[in-house]
Design a protein around this ligand. Structure first.
Ligand SMILES: [Zn+2]
Length: 119
């Protein structure tokens, strides 16, 4: 600040005015930056695919909720009082293709397993 003196009232007024303007510009830039950040975060959150971890009841492991080959099986069971309850069995795509749950054993396997009677 060459040429300005804190002892001269006119210089003090000018410095105060310039400092005030600089502070107002900085605050305006901060508001603009926050608006841009907020807009970007909203777009990012909306476009980001939601993914959740699911549990594969067949293979006993976690897998991505984005697995399009996954299956859900529901079956009716009964509690200790004999009241019907619905159970959901979630299976990842690879496990479902490998060995679908609740699938009847093929006749050849039924014949080979003692105690299993083919229908
Ligand atoms: Zn699995």
């Amino acid at each position: 600040m060459t040429g300005l003196s804190l002892n001269r009232p006119a210089d003090l007024v000018r410095l105060y005015s310039e400092a005030t303007q600089a502070l107002e510009r900085a605050q305006a830039l901060e508001r603009q930056a926050l608006r841009i950040k907020s807009k970007y975060m909203n777009q990012y959150e909306l476009r980001r695919p939601v993914s959740a971890a699911l549990w594969c009841d067949q293979g006993n492991h976690a897998f991505s909720g984005n697995d399009e080959g996954r299956s859900e099986y529901t079956r009716r069971a009964f509690d200790v009082d004999g009241d019907p309850i619905t159970k959901t069995f979630t299976v990842c795509g690879p496990c479902d293709r490998k060995q679908p749950p609740f699938q009847a054993l093929p006749p050849a396997v039924q014949d080979a397993v003692p105690g299993v009677v083919a229908e």
